[in-house]
Ligand binder design. Structure first.
Ligand SMILES: Cc1cc2nc3c(=O)[nH]c(=O)nc-3n(C[C@H](O)[C@H](O)[C@H](O)COP(=O)(O)OP(=O)(O)OC[C@H]3O[C@@H](n4cnc5c(N)ncnc54)[C@H](O)[C@@H]3O)c2cc1C
Length: 490
């Protein structure tokens, strides 16, 4: 039965944009990440109408992407539809679209479908993308971790590597399949390396029959003299110790010279690697280049102390896309508190401008830094306190649950983590969308030298084989294969 006209009208009214907003100054916010979303919310009571546009329909809680990549959480646990987050804010319209060009003089943002948006105020919060420092050809072999598709792609590679290793008879090939390399010793690299080690040591070791996942080799490579350069020496040293406890090999001063399927090269040294994760660098989204104003070598826009674009007081760039020096003369770091504080400041300046009040410069309040290494392992710098181990991990846990968007996500993540903590279980170990016939190609590996056809328990490859030990099986031609070497039977 069709709804009665009156009821239909009432339902529509609850969601209709507020017509009274139409004559208000138009604020266009590019990006629904930490910066853009916070700016939009900070404009809730301002006399403006806001258009929030993002090329994805969801806000991603990037600090937990590594949990998706290592099967600890599912994508929906750390992402929320942007529309749902702001649905109660009547001065906001959300657009699913990609901004391809910004015209500061015409005050227009051009979208990928050819449409253009006029703005009175602009907040650019488009964030960063993975940077390969001029080696974009490494992207395919060494994916970065910047989005949910990136994280799911890494998860698939990791799980596929274990699956292929389970079927591999050649010991060298098996070792290669169970070798993971994380490039970049910042917090993301440390988190990834620790989580990969935990996944293989404590979670997967129960699930496989032929291989010993705990024998997986995880290497963390850092080109600089030590990992975690933004943390004090004692905390970085503690992180190294905690990573060693998990079996991660940490190598500082290790400059990657080339990457190919199955290998990471450090000058003359070649490290085996079925999965390589690139956590070594980011640069601003290419959109910043279309502004036509000076940018630094990472593409970040040099902004004024009030966060505006030089010469364009009503256009602001915030977060990972902006370059603003802190009191120490170094650019403010690409972390979410910087993006969120700048977002609130830009919103405040817009309100002040509309009220005819004076602008003041932005000052970042640094509340500390955290990096997790694994279950009960982390480091934290809170004010002047240096914490490591369990206490730091508990701080990390609380902060990350607190800042996750959405009550349901907080509850789900809390329960999932409690369950994983108690059982060492990780429920999100799904390989989706990869036909089994393509598994080797996915890792860029050549054809297998020997895939055992016999089921477990049906021969020398079966019940008698110890996990992680060399396996041998009879070949039809009177030879046997052990560790990939064909030997004539005596
Ligand atoms: C793996 C990882 C772990 C991290 N861990 C931490 C941590 O533990 N603590 C911490 O403080 N920070 C962490 N960070 C950094 C933090 O996530 C960023 O500093 C923060 O997200 C920056 O906010 P932003 O608003 O500038 O950009 P983002 O949050 O990246 O948002 C940018 C948004 O813009 C959209 N967008 C980009 N280009 C366009 C376009 N052309 N058109 C339309 N939309 C566009 C994107 O889809 C995205 O939604 C981590 C980052 C990563 C990648």
């Amino acid at each position: 039965m069709a709804p009665r006209p009156q009821a239909r009208h009432a339902a529509h009214a609850a969601h209709a944009p507020d017509d009274a907003n139409e004559d208000r100054p138009h604020v266009v916010v590019i990006g629904g990440g930490f910066g853009g979303l916070t700016a939009t919310q900070a404009l809730a009571k301002a006399p403006v109408r806001v258009t929030l546009l993002d090329r994805t329909n969801h806000h991603t809680f990037q600090p937990l992407l590594y949990q998706i990549a290592t099967a600890g959480l599912s994508p929906a646990d750390i992402a929320q539809p942007i529309r749902a987050i702001v649905h109660k804010q009547h001065n906001v319209s959300v657009l699913l679209a990609e901004a391809v060009k910004i015209d500061l003089d015409a005050r227009e943002v051009h979208l990928d479908d050819g449409a253009a948006l006029r703005w009175d105020f602009l907040i650019v919060a488009c964030g960063a993308e993975t940077s390969y420092f001029g080696h974009d050809e490494w992207q395919e072999v060494a994916p970065g971790l910047k989005s949910i598709p990136d994280a799911v792609a890494i998860r698939t590679r990791v799980l596929v590597a274990f699956e292929l290793a389970e079927r591999e008879e050649n010991a060298a090939m098996r070792e290669e399949l169970l070798s993971f390399v994380v490039i970049g010793g910042g917090p993301t690299g440390v988190e990834m390396a620790g989580a990969l080690a935990e996944l293989s040591k404590f979670v997967l070791d129960r699930d496989f029959r032929r291989i010993d996942p705990a024998a997986t080799k995880v290497r963390l490579l850092e080109a600089g003299p030590r990992i975690l350069p933004t943390f004090p020496d004692d905390l970085a040293a503690s992180a190294v110790t905690q990573l060693h406890e998990l079996g991660v090999e940490v190598r500082a001063g290790a400059r990657v010279t080339s990457i190919e399927p199955g290998r990471v090269h450090l000058g003359g040294e070649a490290l085996p690697a079925s999965v390589v994760v690139w956590a070594a660098g980011v640069r601003a989204q290419p959109l910043t280049a279309t502004l036509g104003v000076p940018v630094d070598k990472s593409g970040r826009v040099f902004i004024e102390p009030d966060l505006s674009v030089p010469g364009h007081p009503n256009a602001f760039v915030i977060g990972d896309a902006a370059h603003l020096d802190g009191p120490d003369g170094q650019p403010l770091p690409g972390v979410s508190p910087v993006a969120m504080q700048q977002a609130r400041w830009a919103a405040k300046i817009i309100r002040k401008t509309l009220a005819g009040e004076e602008r003041r410069p932005f000052h970042y309040v640094d509340k500390g830094s955290l990096a997790t290494i694994g279950r009960s392992r982390a480091i934290a710098m809170v004010d002047r306190m240096h914490l490591s181990g369990l206490v730091a991990w508990l701080v990390w846990l609380l902060v990350h649950i607190f800042y996750l968007i959405g009550f349901k996500n907080r509850i789900v993540v809390m329960i999932t983590w409690a369950w994983s903590y108690l059982t060492y279980g990780r429920g999100a170990r799904l390989v989706v969308g990869e036909p089994t016939g393509h598994m080797r190609e996915l890792l860029g590996m050549g054809p297998s030298q020997s895939i055992p056809a016999a089921p477990v328990g049906a021969g020398p490859t079966g019940a008698g084989s110890e996990p992680g030990h060399a396996m041998a099986h009879e070949a039809n031609d009177g030879t046997s294969q052990t560790d990939g070497k064909r030997r004539v039977q005596a």
